[in-house]
Design a binder for this molecule. Structure first.
Ligand code: C5P
Length: 213
């Protein structure tokens, strides 16, 4: 299989030295990329800035902002059999990033933000991607219902959902506890390392791909 995987946070410039970002470590996406390459799949990892080493045998397209990631995915998704969106894409970016470093002139300042493109939501609707589409959902409440709504709205074959309100899993952790949400069923996975979960998620993707062919 040809896999496209997005991972990591995005950085949204405020000025040349400042940006908005989030706590994503990129570990889940990199673990998936590593496991997939080890199993002989061709992997393109489109990643925002992380401190992780590139897994062996993985093609790498580094990006910074959500707009960069959107462009990279738009250009590359046509080659993929499966697209896995594990990136924590910033929902908003500064409306007018300053070309010069912003000076501290007033006591308060307001930053206007505008919506970023929804990359996962564009896969079917805009890029007309026909392959296996996998999204991630990080929720603090109503995990299953929110993940299922995302799956239906974005045309996913699978949403990997995790409850980010629980300590010790999810963002920036080596562990995770996820629910695999399919259009017609639900599969809760026990708490495990992101590496072992990546194996199980990859198997699920291989199975979805096989059942389409
Ligand atoms: O809607 P929400 O941001 O919770 O959806 C999360 C899923 O959508 C993840 O798979 C994430 O990678 C993807 N996403 C995206 N582009 C965005 C926001 C989220 O691809 N702008």
């Amino acid at each position: 299989m040809n896999l496209l995987i997005t991972a990591g946070p995005t950085r949204e410039a405020i000025d040349p030295v400042r940006y908005l970002t989030n706590r994503s470590s990129g570990k889940m996406g990199y673990a998936l990329a590593e496991v997939a390459a080890r199993h002989g799949h061709k992997v393109l990892l489109v990643s925002g800035p992380t401190s992780l080493d590139l897994p062996p045998g993985v093609d790498f397209l580094p990006v910074e902002s959500a707009a960069d990631m959107f462009d990279a995915v738009r250009n590359q998704i046509g080659k993929a059999d499966a697209a896995v969106f594990a990136a924590a894409v910033a929902d908003y970016r500064p409306a007018a990033p300053s070309a010069e470093k912003i000076k501290k002139t007033s006591e308060t300042m307001t930053l206007e933000l505008v919506r970023n493109p929804d990359i996962l939501g564009s896969a079917r609707a805009t890029f007309h991607f026909p392959g296996v589409l996998v999204g991630f959902a990080a929720e603090t409440d109503d995990l299953e219902a929110n993940a299922r709504a995302k799956l239906e709205k974005k045309g996913c074959d699978l949403v990997v959902a995790n409850d980010v309100s629980r300590p010790g899993i999810g963002f920036d952790s080596d562990h995770n506890e996820v629910l695999l949400v399919y259009p017609d069923r639900l599969e809760p996975l026990a708490r495990d390392t992101k590496d072992r979960l990546a194996h199980i998620i990859l198997d699920a993707i291989v199975e979805l791909h096989a059942s389409r062919a």
